[in-house]
Design a protein around this ligand. Structure first.
Ligand code: GDP
Ligand code: MN
Length: 412
């Protein structure tokens, strides 16, 4: 599960990590007031208007805007709430923006990167840090791998003080700043574990302070560190333990079909091809997508109905697949273990016959290729062959290759 930046800032603040004051707005009408609040007491007012969407790359897309007057804040708010944001993470169709964050602007001396995630290689949680913050970390990792610092966390003790301080020094911090940086890292690491995160990222963590006194009077400068952007991803399997996080879910940001699938206990991920896939088991689902590609087709989705799918779940799965207008054919690929092939076959036939189309008609209109293997497969195949007159678009396949060939041929 993902959350918005403003929610991530709340988590950071609650954990004692410094973040600038901010407000969330949903209309340009309140942008002026939010600007005034955010810049209260500033000699030279500066605020930042930021789109709240479940995608990054906002800065480059023009959806993070520094503003010096209330008029600029209102104009930025109007623009962002009426324009779809297209960034490297959204795809060409872009994302509509419904919420904005208006935060106190920060005078940035330098930007850093900090994150905690799980390193599959070492099977440990790891702190990732870099002096090259603010920019896309994947690019840094690719072009300057030496600029990335990795510090594994202790399996039970987490990020220990000596380890955090070591990273702080490697980032170039000394004195009070090194202590502050290490403290932020340790708090982030603790948050990562407590909230069952898969990613806890601050990018950028910024060094702020008066630039004029920086070189001349290092002892009197009032520098400090602040988190000005954060991203958290959570392990869905841990969500049941965190009602506070569940409440942060914003289904308006998710693909509506994915939300529906989730409610039905199905794992569904929309893709951009035209062959709908209904499969039991995540491994089989991936193999199915691969073999479709091998035969020149493009899967429209990843859909795992799970091991104990009921007839209702299968019907809902078809309904979700067919809600995608791109779908020109369906491949059902089932390995019957505990789940019996005859039950699945009956479920598929029933769904194909009784399915209600948007235009009011019943029955599948697109080609349907079914491959069954496993428990009671003979009984299952018999049901399919007997149903051929009832479901004219149905084809049975003998194996995975045959199924992929047939469905690719059927969609053209
Ligand atoms: P992202 O592009 O979606 O990751 O959004 P960020 O919140 O990280 O903002 C992108 C960039 O905008 C940052 O790396 C900063 O350079 C700049 N930025 C954001 N907030 C401020 C601010 O308060 N002051 C200044 N000077 N720059 C900011
Ligand atoms: Mn960022």
């Amino acid at each position: 599960m993902k959350i918005h930046e403003y929610q991530a800032r709340e988590l950071l603040a609650a954990a004692g990590i410094p973040v600038p004051p901010s407000m969330v707005i949903e209309s340009p009408l309140v942008a002026e007031e939010a600007f005034k609040q955010a810049t209260k007491g500033m000699a030279a007012p500066l605020a930042v208007v930021k789109a709240q969407v479940h995608a990054g790359g906002r800065g480059k897309a023009g959806f993070v805007k520094l503003v010096k007057t209330a008029e600029e804040a209102v104009a930025a708010a109007k623009f962002m709430l009426t324009t779809k944001m297209v960034s490297i993470q959204t795809g060409p169709e872009g994302l509509a923006v419904k919420k904005l964050l208006i935060a106190a602007g920060v005078d940035i001396v330098k930007e850093y990167y900090l994150a905690i995630t799980t390193d599959r290689g070492t099977r440990r949680n790891v702190l990732i840090a870099s002096k090259e913050g603010g920019v896309d970390i994947e690019t840094v990792a690719h072009d300057h791998p030496e600029a990335i610092i990795k510090q594994p966390l202790h399996p039970t003790l987490g990020l220990q003080t000596f380890a955090a301080r070591k990273v702080a020094y490697e980032l170039g911090f000394t004195g009070k700043l090194a202590s502050q940086a290490a403290d932020i890292m340790q708090k982030l690491a603790k948050l990562f574990v407590e909230k069952d995160c898969s990613l806890a990222e601050i990018n950028p963590l910024v060094l702020t302070g008066s630039t004029q006194t920086r070189d001349t009077e290092p002892e009197t400068r009032s520098e400090s560190l602040l988190a000005i952007d954060a991203k958290f991803n959570f392990d869905d399997n841990g969500l049941f333990r965190h009602t506070d996080l569940q409440a942060m879910a914003d289904s308006a940001e998710d693909n509506p079909l994915e939300t529906r699938a989730h409610a039905a206990g199905l794992s569904y991920i929309a893709l951009d091809g035209n062959i709908g896939c209904l499969v039991n088991g995540a491994g089989l689902a991936m193999a199915t997508m691969d073999i479709i590609k091998l035969h020149g087709g493009k899967p429209a989705n990843f859909l795992d109905v799970g091991g104990g799918a009921t007839e209702e779940a299968v019907t809902e799965a078809f309904s979700i697949i067919l809600s995608d207008q791109q779908v020109k054919g369906i491949l059902v690929n089932i390995f019957g273990g505990i789940m019996r092939c005859d039950i699945i076959a009956q479920g598929v036939v029933n769904a194909a016959r009784t399915f209600k189309n948007a235009d009011g008609s019943t029955g599948f209109k697109v080609p349907l290729v079914v491959r069954l293997e496993g428990t009671n497969v003979e009984a299952g195949r018999k049901i399919l062959s007997e149903a051929r007159s009832l479901v004219p678009t149905l084809q049975a396949a003998t194996d995975l290759g045959d199924a992929a060939r047939k469905v690719c041929a059927a969609v053209g």
